[in-house]
Ligand binder design. Sequence first.
Ligand SMILES: [Zn+2]
Ligand SMILES: [Zn+2]
Length: 388
Amino acid sequence: MPVKNRFAELHDDITAWRRDIHANPEILFDTHRTSALVADKLREFGCDEVTTGIGRTGVVGVIRGKSDNSGKVIGLRADMDALPIHEQTGLDYASNTPGAMHACGHDGHTAMLLGAARYLAETRNFDGTVVVIFQPAEEGGGGGREMCEDGMMDRWNIQEVYGMHNWPGQPVGKFAIRPGAFFAATDQFDITLHGSGGHAAKPNETIDTTVMASNLVMALQTIASRNTKPVDEVVVSVTSFETSSHAFNVIPARVRLKGTVRTLSNETREMAETRIRAITEGICAAYGGRAEITYMKGYPVMSNHAEQTSFAAEVARAVSGACDEECEPTMGGEDFAYMLEERPGAYILVGNGDSAPVHHPEYNFNDEVIPAGCSWWAEIVERRMPAA
Ligand SMILES: [Zn+2]
Ligand SMILES: [Zn+2]
C-alpha cells in the first residue's frame, strides 16, 4: 500500500504546524513554546493522556486503540529542538530568533509525529497502546537520556520504540535503515600541554609546546590507521589548536587541543580513549612536557535491534515501494541511542531530497516528506498491533 490518503488531506495542516515551529526555533531544553504547542495539539486530537515536563521539557501522549487484547505498548519518538545557527534560507517563515534555527529538520519530525498522532487518535484502528514521545535537547543535551532517567519507559510500560530522521541527498520519501550500529558514539577530548615558553630565537632554552602539540595531532591519527581493526570505524578529529601566546617571537608555554572521537562499537570506543591518553602522555614525556587530559563521554553508539529493524523496513517498503536495508552507518551522533539501550526498537532515515545538508544555514525540511513519514508512523502501529 502507498501513503495513507488521510495524510494527503492533512498535508496542509501538518505543513502549517511545521512552518510555525520552524519560525519559532528553541534550543536544547528551552523548547517551552514548542512543548506547549505539542501538548495543546495532542489534547485537541483527543489523546487519552498528555503529560508535560518529562526530561524537563519533554511531552508524552497516550493513545489507546479500539481494543487492548495484546497488551502491547509502542513508543514513537520525535525530537523538537533547534540549533544555534543563524538561518540564511530567506524563507518567508524563516526563524524569527537570530542565532537559532531548525537546521536539522526537527520541526518536520515534530509535525509528522503530531500528524500521525492526530490520525491514530481519530481512527484507533489497532489493538494496544501508542505512546508518542516528543523530546527536547537532541542536539548535544541528552534530552532522550533525561526522559529515560525520568522513568518514562517503565511509567508507560513501553515495550518497543521507533524513531525517524530526515536525510538530505536521498530521494524524497525513500527510506534507509540498517541493523546494528547505525549512529556513532560521540566523545570529546580537551587536552592542555604544558612546557616552558621563552624567546623564539632561543628554542633550546624552552620546552616547545607547539612542536609537542603538532606531533600529538599527527600521532592521534595513528589510532585510526594503526590501532583500529581495518574493518572497524573510528574518527579522531582535532578541531581546535590554541596557543597561550599569539606573538611572532614567543614560544608559548601552553597549547590547548580540543576534538571529537566517533566510534561504532564499545570496544573501539574504549580503545580510542586509552590510546589518546597513552599517546598524549608518551609524547609529553618525550619532549619533557606535561599534559592535562579531560575525556568527556557523549552519546553512546545507537544500535538498531534486528527484529524491529526488519519490521521497520517492511513497513517502509509498503509505504514507499523501496527501502535500503543495509545503508552505511553514519559517524554522526543520535541520542535516541539511550532509548534503544532501554528497549528494543529501530531508527530509520527518510529522504529529504536535494536539500542543503543538515546543520547548514540554508537547510530546510522538505514538506513533501510528510505523507511518507506520517504513513510510516501509522503503519508501524497498525501492522505491529493489528486491530482485533
Ligand atoms: Zn542534528
Ligand atoms: Zn537531527
